[in-house]
Design a protein around this ligand. Sequence first.
Ligand SMILES: NC(=O)c1ccc[n+]([C@@H]2O[C@H](COP(=O)([O-])OP(=O)(O)OC[C@H]3O[C@@H](n4cnc5c(N)ncnc54)[C@H](OP(=O)(O)O)[C@@H]3O)[C@@H](O)[C@H]2O)c1
Length: 261
Amino acid sequence: MTLGIVGTGALTAAVITGLKSSGNDARRVLLSPRNAEISAELAARYADVQVASDNQAVLDGSETVMLAVRPQVAREVLQVLRFQNDHHVVSLIATISREEIASLVAPAERVTKALPMPMIAHKLGATIIFPPDPDIAAFFGKLGKAIEVESEHEFNALSVVTATYATYFRYLDTIDDWLESHDVSSDTAREYIATLFKALAHAPEAAPASAFMDLAKEYATIGGINEQVLSELESQDVFKMFARSLDNVYRRVSGPWNVDV
Ligand SMILES: NC(=O)c1ccc[n+]([C@@H]2O[C@H](COP(=O)([O-])OP(=O)(O)OC[C@H]3O[C@@H](n4cnc5c(N)ncnc54)[C@H](OP(=O)(O)O)[C@@H]3O)[C@@H](O)[C@H]2O)c1
């Protein structure tokens, strides 16, 4: 079985690194020649990864074809390619609907959407898959966790979660800045914050029956300092504003499709 990938950029590099770095995947991978530097580097690093002469050669040499070009060029790239009806097409292009991808890759009938994240390079994180597909779930399951969903609505809603990473780091940065303004050295501040939040990240797994709000309440001792920060932010509607931002992102990712994740 050969896996072909059209669009060899940051995400493809992460997928290939996750797939090949453990050394126990012998699958042949055929990459599109763009980006030239990234494809050449991946081919040099892994013996069973090769660079095809062009995008059509990727399709002609593969049974499963992953699409990893940016949405802005996807239509133009796909329109000129000839797919076969037995190609399994896996679109990693988060912001183009499955229906539209299916029309662009006809007569291929098996069309799956998947949303891996760059941390897949380290076999971390989760990939959402729509519609459920055992082969693609097994593929991404080996690179972290695979979560299959039954509707594109659910897929799009879950993809909104990926819009919150920068805000998470900005939150940590606020704490970091505050510590430094109180004469804590930047190394100490960073180490303390990173260590505490790594530990907190284990809490949902350690208490699977607890909702996130249960955990918030557990940490917010009545009259304590956690309760104080939480209630001060809540009184400023910070979390309502955050939820409104999620609504806005959802509208964007639900179409019309032309945005980057
Ligand atoms: N990165 C993420 O975190 C992430 C997460 C989820 C989904 N995605 C989706 O994954 C897709 C790729 O994202 P990315 O971050 O990997 O973008 P990227 O780094 O820009 O990679 C896209 C690659 O496509 C290549 N390309 C451009 N025109 C092409 C053509 N005609 N034929 C073949 N390849 C062509 C580009 O090559 P040149 O450099 O030569 O232009 C570029 O290296 C996007 O649709 C994005 O929405 C990304």
